[in-house]
Design a binder for this molecule. Sequence first.
Ligand SMILES: Nc1ncnc2c1ncn2[C@@H]1O[C@H](COP(=O)(O)OP(=O)(O)OP(=O)(O)O)[C@@H](O)[C@H]1O
Ligand code: SF4
Ligand SMILES: [Mg+2]
Length: 379
Amino acid sequence: MSAENPYAEAVGAADPGGAALSVRDLTVTFPGDDGQVRAVRGVSYDLNPGEVLGIVGESGSGKSVASMAVMGLLPKTARITGSVRFRGRELLGLSEKEMTSVRGNKIAMIFQDPMTSLNPVYKVGWQLSEAVLAHHSVSKEAARKRALELLEIVGIPSPDKRIDQYPHEFSGGMRQRVVIAIAMANDPDVIIADEPTTALDVTVQAQVLEALRAAQRETGAAMVLITHDLGVVAGQADRVLVMYAGKPVEIGPIDGIYYQPRMPYTVGLLGSLPRLDQRTQDKLTPIPGTPPSVVNLPPGCPFAPRCPLRTDICLRVEPALLPVLGAEHQAACHHSDQLAHESAMEIFSTDPNADPGQGPRDQNHEQGPDQNRQSGAAQ
Ligand SMILES: Nc1ncnc2c1ncn2[C@@H]1O[C@H](COP(=O)(O)OP(=O)(O)OP(=O)(O)O)[C@@H](O)[C@H]1O
Ligand code: SF4
Ligand SMILES: [Mg+2]
């Protein structure tokens, strides 16, 4: 991993505000045949001890690359800048040996495929006991007893039988629960779960999310929960960070994001969710179009080609992430004020042939945009 860290001094030498994890201006670029792949273009967040931050966005928005950069798991071709501080200690630039001791010991990662973390040739009880023994000086019997407890906490039925089985004898959801149990055994301060339920059906998803909640309660760890589905973070997260084209476009407390979104992309994600309070005749409103390539992004707001609210300024200037409803809730949109009055249903047409941005709004809002909302990194 190559790492430059021009911001290390700017964000302070010590643990800013007591955050468990503090990410500042993180960028990741890969070389590509058609140009630089700007996978992450400036991600900043603080993860407070014990809190759950949901990171949400469509495929390719940079969620995994940003987290792999935090964990030091990117290939050597990745060019990384910015700062990642874990309890005040800068992680970017650490040697592989130093990073290995941070991973597993202090920051646990849970991937979509549990077999990435499980060893197929060892019984789950052995794998769990090893994790317990690595962190506590206890007898083998005590480690096995703790392994049994952990299996019970994550909701594995008949743990006394299951403990002596191999991973292939478990279903996908049960394997994921074993991975969560191992993460707990490692007693981490931070858990990063990257699409932990994406491969699972809805009922199993709920069980795995419950296991994650239990893990968080038991360890008191802070958690980053990455998903493309805002519905998944609904019952889990304290705050949500929405990513689009490698950048955060909205961040805020969960209630603010759900009930007062201020960025059309977030509104669109919410509009695609089935809601209990939705009238049956209302159609879900998927966001038209697809995310842009992060190679040679055009100037302006990356969401503009799909945004029904876009105006001239949106095509010229990328909006900066600025406070919208108090300092805690920030959005990157020239027209965020307008969203106080419109629902997803009103903003996004259900007509699949509708051309976003070509309606009367292009004329109507020429007076409205906040000219100060210029991103420092207009592309
Ligand atoms: N090793 C790599 N080399 C080049 N480009 C990469 C590499 N890894 C990821 N990318 C690119 O970086 C961008 C962000 O990818 P990333 O995997 O972070 O997306 P994501 O938000 O996690 O998507 P998903 O929901 O599909 O997991 C994509 O354009 C992807 O093609
Ligand atoms: S800045 Fe313009 S194009 Fe981008 S989300 Fe806001 S209204 Fe849409
Ligand atoms: Mg991913």
